[in-house]
Design a binder for this molecule. Sequence first.
Ligand SMILES: [Zn+2]
Length: 362
Amino acid sequence: MRKSFIVIATLIGVAVASLFLGRQGKSEPPVTEEKKDQQTLSNKPMSVHYIDVGQGDAIFIETPNGKTMLIDGGKKSQGEKVVSFIKDKGYETVDYVVATHPDADHIGGLISVLEQLNVKHFIDSGKVHTTETYLKMLQLIDEKNIDFVVPKLGDAIDMDPEVEMLVVNAVEDASNNNEASIVVYAVHGQTSYLFTGDADVSIERQMMKDFNIPTTVLKAGHHGSDTSSALDFLQTVKPEVVILSYGENNKYGHPHDSVLRNFEKVGSMIYSTAESGTITVTSDGKTYRVDAEPWNTLSGLININTASKEELQYLQGIGPTTADKIIQYRQKQPFCTTEEIMEVDGIGPKTYEQIELKIKVK
Ligand SMILES: [Zn+2]
């Protein structure tokens, strides 16, 4: 798994000579996973903080050697919160700031970051936007003479020898901002992280083609919108943990029910910044922990094995007669899957389609 990752990174990486290029140079033979762990892993922790910035993204990373990266800064109104968070962790300098794409809920807060912290390298999608915030961001980078880089697909970010970081999506000339999202894949020993920005389903498909990126912790694309997190993508990267970053009662309806069901189908534990506030994942190269309670997304659903006759009738297309039949069915033997409800007389695929996202079996 790691081997193919290195090989692909090397193939793509050699074409691009940038300051990012680290240890994945052409001449160096790939090392085995075991050897590499022995060679480089110090057991020092890597911490990834998914800062609660309401509707938006802001992720602060501390690598084992004490380097830092901020991926997005939330909306402008969240900038002070992001700066305080970083200062409270003891930093005045951020080594890398990544603006995944120029939407306001990602770059707004970076204005405060650029004004109040020292930023060494600024990684930008290159996607030009005409907003005042975007122009202000560029102006600050220029005034402070910050190293400004637009990465190419497959570039490695050479931040810490214990953490392999790779840019797995970079489309400067994308037709929309979300598609331009820089996606960063980070591997710390046995734990891997995927930071997707607002990359959509088409980008997920492309990344699956270009890279082998098994993922332990996935930041769900586009705040849990159904424009991202396709089932085939999730079945490929197999996230154990999914982090959703969004604001409570946002006007977009994020996250979408169908996306939550996709995470459940692949068995991911789901965490939400709207439910838990800031979420920190810490890895030591071998194992990881999440300092929040998983979000029980099924709590609002109707359990067809225990619901009363009245509750069953909340479901579209289920009247008193069908509710009785559901109860008779489960008395013989409980439903094992939600699909099994179609065995009940009077419930066909059409009704099931209407109620699928509203029911559970345990
Ligand atoms: Zn967004």
